[in-house]
Design a protein around this ligand. Structure first.
Ligand SMILES: C[S@@+](CC[C@H](N)C(=O)[O-])C[C@H]1O[C@@H](n2cnc3c(N)ncnc32)[C@H](O)[C@@H]1O
Length: 318
């Protein structure tokens, strides 16, 4: 068993690809910025000064524990600020309906260092804690529910699809066997079950043996891909013509959603390729600013290993 860690250990989040985000979002005085994933406000602290005291910074996060970070940001922001707690997919739909328009929108997806480093949130395989993983602690389903209730087939699909876990089937089988004796309550129990389900050599290469399963469960528990699919069109509706949108993703499935959305909106026409002429009449709504996803430099990854898998894409509304 892993040691039980009772004290939260808050570590501030280091903003990823910060200079590139700032350059692409190109914030000017008087504009409205929507930071869809406020976290510790690391990007906010870099973008808000570009408003030079005029404009509005709207912070969104589904995790209520970011509140103190927002309060501290608000005090020094020097511009109008607002915090909207909720899933960014819902928030953008509400904002679009209420007529609020933005000039710059940032999504910095995934979890923050504070979420990962607070053992009691249950995101980490590195310490024994309740198996939770909800970004929004009031959400209905936690990782505990998923691990104890999903079928073996569903668990296999989650581990394989979201975690690219090679031993997905074996791990799902071991999870179902273990929970028949006693339901899972803690991260440590899951780590032990994963270790026991994979061949001994696989326990030692390519990072921690539970890393991929934990990532997969986190994505499933928080419906992360679905939230992104819904949020992107709503965010585009919220953007003024000429407005910029930037998305940092940390998972190939997220990046694929962003890339396809940008391509679709930049193409406009949705007619089947075999049509000789366009009959849909749709015009492009985005111009892509990043031909290829921008990756962090080796220096950034050395200083902040969590930046390692980051990819940044940006576009401007036509
Ligand atoms: C990588 S962190 C952002 C860090 C931030 N850019 C900074 O520099 O401090 C991601 C944040 O987005 C939030 N988040 C993830 N998915 C979300 C969603 N669907 N709706 C709202 N917030 C979300 C998480 O709770 C987390 O605080």
């Amino acid at each position: 068993m892993l040691p039980s860690v009772l004290q939260p250990n808050a570590t501030d989040h280091v903003p990823v690809l910060a200079d590139e985000v700032r350059r692409l979002l190109d914030v000017h005085p008087g504009e409205t910025v929507i930071d869809a994933t406020f976290g510790a406000g690391g990007h906010a602290a870099l973008l808000a000064p570009d408003l030079q005291g005029q404009g509005k910074y709207v912070a969104v996060d589904r995790d209520p524990s970011v509140r103190p970070y927002f309060e501290s940001f608000r005090r020094g922001a020097g511009v109008q600020t607002r915090f909207l707690r909720g899933d960014f997919a819902d928030v953008f739909e509400r904002l679009a309906d209420n007529g609020l328009r933005a000039d710059a929108i940032l999504f910095d997806l995934g979890v923050s260092s504070m979420q990962l480093d607070r053992p009691e949130r249950g995101f980490s395989y590195a310490s024994d804690a309740p198996l939770d993983m909800r970004m929004d602690p009031s959400a209905d389903h936690s990782a505990r529910d998923l691990v104890n209730e999903a079928s073996e087939r569903e668990l296999t699909d989650i581990f394989r699809g979201y975690g690219e876990e090679r031993y997905a089937r074996q791990i799902a089988k071991a999870v179902v066997r273990r929970r028949k004796q006693q339901p899972f309550e803690r991260t440590g129990e899951l780590v032990e079950t994963i270790k026991g389900a994979i061949p001994t050599p696989a326990r030692f290469g390519d990072g921690h043996p539970a890393r991929r399963v934990f990532q997969a469960l986190r994505i499933a528990v928080n419906d992360e891909l679905e939230a992104l699919e819904h949020a992107l069109p709503a965010a585009l509706d919220t953007l003024h013509p000429g407005g910029r949108i930037a998305v940092i993703s940390f998972h190939s499935l997220e990046d694929r959603i962003v890339k396809r959305f940008f391509q679709r909106e930049a193409r406009g026409c949705t007619c089947p390729p075999e049509f000789p002429v366009c009959v849909c009449g749709r015009e492009p709504t985005l111009r892509v600013l990043t031909k290829k996803a921008i990756r962090p430099t080796a220096e950034e990854v050395a200083a902040n290993p969590r930046a390692g898998s980051a990819r940044l894409r940006a576009a401007t509304k036509t």
